[in-house]
Design a protein around this ligand. Structure first.
Ligand code: NI
Length: 172
């Protein structure tokens, strides 16, 4: 198990469009293992590979509640196949934008197609927290952050705050 460093705003890599995985081989499985360890350690409910500076379309999630059993899921090349008209609001956060939370409205349910840990094609219907998490993580694969779904005013404030913090850090 290896904990990987999570990159944070305003790292430009967070805006990259990630490359599809050719096949789920041992290297991708090792990446998924590291991502799960890193996500649980953080702790978080989802992580995209680009958040550990790997430009691949790989996502891990665990949307189980604190007192429930763990439900780790690994996705290679996940794609949203359908979304419900009904919307749901969640207070979202992101391990790459620490300590910032804001309400985001997204489809309440969605379908996702992907390759699983064994490289098998799968389709899954998601609702509740998992629906939000998988949409948030697939956004990451396309260089989209949850702050892109909030008002420009709030987004500008948070980007400025993180940019200033980064400058202070590099000046220190
Ligand atoms: Ni995120």
């Amino acid at each position: 198990m290896t904990l990987r460093k999570i990159i944070i705003l305003p790292d430009k890599q967070l805006r990259l469009v990630c490359d599809p995985v050719k096949e789920v081989d041992d290297e991708i499985r090792a990446l998924m293992d590291d991502m799960l360890d890193t996500m649980y350690d953080a702790p978080g409910v989802g992580l995209a590979a680009i958040q550990i500076a790997v430009r691949k379309r790989v996502v891990v999630t665990d949307a189980a509640r604190d007192d429930d059993e763990k439900t780790p899921l690994c996705f290679a090349n996940p794609e949203i196949t359908w979304v419900s008209e009904e919307l749901a609001e969640y207070e979202e956060g992101c391990l790459s934008i620490p300590e910032f939370f804001e309400t985001v409205e997204r489809p309440a349910r969605c379908g996702v197609s992907y390759l699983d840990y064994d490289g098998k094609p799968q389709e899954m219907d998601c609702d509740g927290l998992l629906a939000t998490v998988i949409q948030h993580e697939i956004d990451h694969l396309n260089g989209v952050l949850f702050i892109d779904h909030i008002s420009k005013l709030k987004r500008d404030i948070i980007v400025k705050k993180f940019t200033k913090a980064k400058k202070r850090e590099s000046a220190a």
